[in-house]
Design a protein. Structure first.
Length: 403
């Protein structure tokens, strides 16, 4: 006899299970969980004989998907960049603003002035919006301190968000995000600084992965490789902002280091796509930044499909290029701007997003042995989650078996 804490029944499942076709749809489904872990998810008719639970929840025919996963955010920062938004509307480019001392550096100044409590308070409002749409796992990057004390403060704020909310938080150290004002013109010295920050922050348990921005306005392939080599010395996986504004070979670099993900990828070529395919690196596409910056070159989705690259999708929530706190809207953008299918969009914010965070064994699909993270929806079919804009049909959110 299988005993569970809770059973959800009279529901339709989009399991996203790798062992099922498409969305892994189950029409008359049942989910059982014990101690926050799924013990059964599948057709009610195939449930273990004698399955019982202390609590049984009738979902009244609603759909259940895995809890959503936002696998690329910059949620913790000080200030905002509304003034730069006005400048862009007047014709200034993202690169021009960055070279004038705006862009990332302006947020760095505001973040350095902010206390840890200020950072937590500001990020909490953004996190609340994502949780309200069924997000149960989120990645949060640093990268707006560009010196040890503030990078530490950002990462500590991210850890506090995890302690205060029913959500799984993965942190990424993004010290190699931009040159700080005090190191202007001396990227070599700053990369040395970043390489010294990694062991200090890792020793404090603040870092789950190391990220970098490999771009003409940020860091070269060689400089990024130094950071990744240091991360490898401390057994930290890496991620990369790659080929967003130009093709520097970022995708190939990510593949060389076995990166969990290569993100943006608007300018990636077939060589780069082939490399990440062979490395098992997830391509994370970020339509919010593409939309907000009014870019014209979309990521090479057809190449990714052809080479069977797993595709994840995220908000890229940040103050400068994607002030977006809706993963549902990000899915719609992924479909309308990048021509992703409904199945691809839903997999991109569940199963493939989990893979992009190194959490495939724990989350992202409705399978026995994984965390019981669920999103329960008032919809008639899963396509509504991608089709509708400004519409949130979430009925209930379950994190580790608890509502």
């Amino acid at each position: 006899m299988t005993v569970a804490d809770r059973i959800w029944h009279h529901c339709r499942l989009a399991t996203l299970s790798p062992g099922r076709e498409g969305l892994g749809i189950v029409e008359d489904g049942l989910i059982a969980a014990r101690n926050g872990i799924i013990v059964y998810a599948g057709p009610k008719a195939d449930a273990p004989t004698g399955l019982g639970a202390a609590e049984s929840i009738d979902c009244e025919g609603r759909w259940i998907t895995p809890g959503l996963i936002d696998c690329h955010t910059h949620l913790v920062y000080g200030g905002n960049r509304a003034e730069e938004f006005e400048l862009r509307l007047a014709g200034a480019s993202y690169e021009e603003i960055a070279r004038r001392g705006g862009g990332i550096v302006s947020t760095v100044k505001a973040t350095r002035r902010a206390s840890e409590d200020d950072l937590v308070s500001g990020a909490q409002r953004r996190l609340d919006a994502l949780l309200a749409e069924g997000v149960t796992t989120i990645e949060i990057k640093s990268g707006y301190g560009l010196e040890l004390a503030t990078e530490r403060r950002q990462l500590r704020a991210a850890r506090r968000l995890a302690q205060a909310n029913p959500v799984t938080v993965r942190t990424s150290f993004l010290g190699a995000h931009a040159l700080p004002p005090e190191r202007a013109g001396d990227s070599k010295a700053y990369i040395a600084d970043v390489c010294e920050m990694i062991p200090a922050l890792a020793a404090e348990g603040l870092v789950d992965a190391v990220d970098a921005f490999c771009e003409t306005i940020a860091f070269s392939v060689e400089e990024t490789a130094q950071v990744f080599a240091r991360a490898r010395q401390h057994n930290l996986p890496v991620k990369l902002h790659a080929d967003q504004l130009s093709n520097l070979g970022g995708a190939a670099l990510a593949a060389r280091f076995g990166a969990l993900s290569a993100d943006h990828l608007e300018y990636a070529d077939e060589g780069g796509v082939t490399a990440i395919a062979h490395a098992g690196t997830v391509a994370v596409v970020l339509p919010g930044a593409y939309y907000f910056l009014r870019e014209r070159q979309a990521p090479p989705i057809d190449l990714m499909r052809r080479h069977r690259v797993p595709i994840a999708l995220a908000t890229d929530s940040n103050p400068g290029s994607s002030p977006l706190t809706s993963l549902l809207l990000a899915m719609n953008m992924g479909a309308t701007l990048f021509r992703l299918t409904v199945d691809e969009c839903l997999a991109a914010v569940t199963r493939e997003a989990a893979r992009a965070l190194g959490l495939s064994d724990e989350a992202g699909s409705l399978d026995a042995g994984k965390r019981c993270d669920l999103a329960i929806w008032d919809i008639e079919r899963p396509a509504e989650l991608v089709y509708r804009m400004g519409f949130n049909p979430l009925h209930a959110r379950v994190w580790r078996g608890q509502t």
